[in-house]
Write a protein that binds this ligand. Structure first.
Ligand code: TTP
Ligand code: MN
Ligand code: MN
Ligand code: MN
Length: 363
């Protein structure tokens, strides 16, 4: 066969933001393995390695069929030696020794349990691991100093481990809509994150809030959280003020993935619909973000994910277009100006990318 005879190989673009990645795909048996190695690299503070495995997994998610032999991988981008070795072993033996020993390792399991606590990042988890701690129970038992966020994380650990269903997300959407409209009529609320990409479950529920009259959204978050508190719907909340100033934060900092919107990391008390269940409610993680109307398209793009898709968009903007993309703005370094956009479609167009709908951003 001709070297370029495989249409799959020819069509596979190297940036995830150039490809369509559906939620359901044909290669979970490989991508789950690569993502364990990615996760483990992250636990070991090796970001480069972590991203490399994640990019390799993402390429396989975009394939239109199951990989059956190494031949199927010819000409595919982003598959380094290490990823190929892992794939080869799985294809030949059914599993990879490196992946299985990682999965079983004490460090991987402890880091997974500890970073699984709301408010605990890799650095804190790693410090605890080196002190001999392995689980939330160990933290309680040894009386570890915890901040307010981590205390809530430990307190609601079991609930927050359980996936949030789409049905639960819809109930939360109704509550958030009611709260927002009670304090600011005319405000617009959009479901973001994994649920916007069509996921059936998530680890939290994400919302973006704005108002068509610029300025009306200022100081909105405390009003929303107060309303929710009065209704007894909040178990925990921490609000951070908007700290974005275009002149100071624009081009220089725009490539950072942390945005500067007014936001609230919270835990909702969600009443269960079936009273037969053992307890009448469960805890659910909810992220609320408020954006000025003029930045809404950028915020929408930035908060839809997936995380790899976002990372690849920013990399594409910087490396291929000399632009700087954030959840606030798109800055063109060649023309020295900010590019205004009202829709996600316009942003893709500025970036010279084909529009990818949210359901195909599951990179
Ligand atoms: P997440 O809620 O962390 O991820 P998710 O919704 O894709 O997946 P899950 O179902 O597990 O909840 O983040 C949602 C999006 O928000 C993600 O694309 C990145 C973006 N985001 C920011 O822009 N800034 C931030 O500080 C965080 C935490 C997320
Ligand atoms: Mn290697
Ligand atoms: Mn989410
Ligand atoms: Mn979130």
């Amino acid at each position: 066969p001709k070297p370029n005879g495989d249409p799959t190989a020819m069509l596979m673009k190297s940036y995830a933001c150039q490809r369509r990645t559906p939620l359901k795909h044909y290669n979970s048996f490989l991508t789950e393995a690569l993502e364990i190695l990615s996760q483990n690299a992250e636990y070991n503070d090796n970001e480069g390695r972590s991203v490399a495995f994640r990019r390799a997994a993402s390429v396989l998610k975009a394939l239109p069929r199951r990989v059956r032999s190494m031949q199927d991988l010819r000409c595919l981008p982003c598959l380094g030696d290490h990823s190929q070795r892992v794939i080869k072993e799985i294809l030949e033996d059914g599993s990879s020794r490196e992946v299985e020993s990682t999965r079983q390792s004490e460090q991987y399991q402890a880091m997974k349990a500890l970073t699984g606590i709301f408010g605990v990042g890799v650095r804190t988890a790693d410090r605890w691991f080196r002190e001999g701690l392995r689980s939330p129970d160990d933290l309680i038992r040894t009386g570890q100093q915890l901040n307010r966020e981590q205390q809530a994380g430990v307190q609601y650990y079991d609930d927050l481990q359980k996936p949030v269903t789409k049905a639960e997300a819809d109930v939360i959407s109704d509550i958030v809509e009611k709260a927002v409209h009670a304090v600011l009529p005319g405000a617009e609320i959009q479901l973001m994150g994994g649920f916007r990409r069509g996921k059936e479950v998530g680890h939290d529920v994400d919302f973006l809030i704005t108002h068509p009259e610029e300025g009306k959204e200022e100081g909105l978050m405390p009003k929303i959280t107060n309303w929710l508190k009065e209704q007894g719907l909040l178990l925990y909340q921490k609000t951070t003020r908007n700290s974005y100033l275009e002149k100071m934060d624009g081009p220089a900092r725009a490539s950072s993935n942390m945005d500067r919107f007014e936001r609230c990391f919270s835990i909702f008390k969600l009443q269960k619909s079936h009273q037969s269940e053992a307890s009448g409610w469960r805890a659910v993680r909810v992220d609320l973000v408020v954006s000025p109307y003029s930045q809404f398209a950028f915020a929408t793009l930035g908060w839809t994910g997936s995380k790899l898709f976002e990372r690849e968009l920013r990399r594409w903007a910087g490396q291929e277009k000399h632009m700087s993309l954030s959840s606030h703005a798109l800055y063109d370094s060649k023309q020295n100006l900010y590019l205004r956009a009202k829709t996600e479609e316009e942003i893709f167009a500025y970036l010279g990318l084909e529009f990818i709908p949210p359901s195909e951003r599951n990179a």
